[in-house]
Write a protein that binds this ligand. Structure first.
Ligand code: NAD
Ligand code: UDP
Length: 331
């Protein structure tokens, strides 16, 4: 039997992950309301969905209340890359905290189920490796990354208080570094930086000595796990780690990008930003048992897709497109 169509709100739906999520939900036959203030997201990311009758796009800042009628909410609105969330740190905290209060209030009013896109950053620079959901983290409360890390931690607190106090149906996913097509080319994240530098023949900038590690998840794997989390029974709240446990150093990543692009760029070493975590790797045991999920896409295949996307962005006709101005704005 075909299940009934749901009305689903995706905040931050015009961003990198949000646009893939909207696409996935539309393909499932759901009604999707994408809300975004276009700070780091772009209309272009969802332009292909605009002709779908089940898709709606609304410009709105979630730090202000929103009155709509929906069955489910995915709360993704928040700049995710360090250079973007540090541009206006007060607004970053407001987006996480006031934004969470607004979407939770909405969920309470309309009895919607609600999922929070939290982050591995809640673990800070971790002493536990790999990170399990039971680890409370080691976060600097007053550093340059705090607006994001502490904002996300406070949002988790709000989600769990609404669950305890108002019996809201909540889900909290802790997303580890994710990459893929529609990443912002100037977002300063390591995958987009290395690929853009390699394609343009510029130096690949490794911060620090390049021995720090990250575990990179391809966007399609991530979206699958996020949707599965929303569909878990009501007594499952998370938090749940979602990411690819395969760990790489930044030196490994640079070499892989150089190999796959065939670029002759050189590697140059730059200072390590402050509070930069030395290692990060998800323990995905909970995701394996609860969601029956494990990531499928190997780094090589995921990078190849992402490189192909960035190549098209660098083509002259694409650069002439107005979107180039968006990119320059946040460069
Ligand atoms: P992104 O910057 O591409 O997307 C965020 C979206 O939120 C953008 O479209 C932006 O315009 C929108 N937005 C920002 N502030 C807003 C506001 N006040 N009101 C309405 N919209 C607003 O980033 P992303 O990588 O797609 O991340 C999506 C979510 O996933 C974020 O909450 C992020 O913290 C989380 N996350 C992402 C990663 C990752 O590796 N990509 C890792 C951990 C967590
Ligand atoms: N990084 C780097 N060169 C870059 C951009 C980032 O070496 O051009 C490093 C950065 O210092 C960090 C890692 O890559 O150690 C991942 O950075 P990113 O901003 O992608 O994610 P996060 O630090 O939030 O995990």
């Amino acid at each position: 039997m075909k299940s009934a169509t749901k009305r689903i709100l995706v905040t931050g739906g015009a961003g990198f992950l949000g646009s893939h999520l909207c696409e996935r939900l539309i393909a499932q036959g759901q009604d999707v309301l994408c809300v975004d203030n276009f700070f780091t997201g772009r209309k272009d990311n969802v332009a292909h969905l605009l002709k779908q009758p089940r898709f709606e796009l609304m410009r709105h800042d979630i730090t202000f209340p929103l009155y709509v009628e929906v069955d489910e909410i995915y709360n993704l609105a928040c700049p995710a890359s360090p250079i973007h969330y540090q541009l206006d740190p007060v607004q970053t905290t407001k987006t996480s905290v006031h934004g969470a209060i607004n979407v939770l209030g909405l969920a309470k009013r309309v009895h919607a189920k609600i999922l929070q896109a939290s982050t591995s950053e809640v673990y800070g620079d971790p002493e536990i490796h790999p990170q399990t959901e039971s680890y409370w983290g080691r976060v600097n409360p007053i550093g340059v990354r705090s607006c994001y890390d502490e904002g996300k931690r406070c949002a988790e607190t709000l989600f769990f208080d609404y669950w305890r106090q108002h019996q809201l149906r909540i889900k909290v996913v802790r997303i580890f570094n994710t990459y893929g097509p529609r990443m912002h080319p100037n977002d300063g994240r390591v995958v987009s930086n290395f690929i853009m530098q390699a394609l343009k023949g510029e130096d690949i900038t490794i911060y620090g000595d390049g021995t720090q590690t990250r575990s990179f998840c391809y966007v399609d794997d991530l979206i699958e796990a996020v949707v599965r989390t929303m569909d878990t029974p009501d007594d499952f709240t998370g938090p749940i780690n979602i990411g690819n446990p395969r760990e790489f150093t930044m030196l490994d990543l640079a070499e892989e990008v150089l190999r796959l692009t065939g670029s002759s760029s050189k590697i140059s070493f730059k200072p390590l930003p402050s509070d930069d975590p030395k290692q990060r790797q998800p323990d995905t045991g909970l995701a394996g048992s609860v969601l029956r999920w494990s990531p499928k896409v190997e780094l090589e295949a995921g990078l190849a897709e992402t490189i192909a996307y960035f190549r098209t962005r660098l083509e002259p006709q694409s650069r002439a497109h107005s979107e180039a101005a968006d990119f320059a704005e946040l460069a």
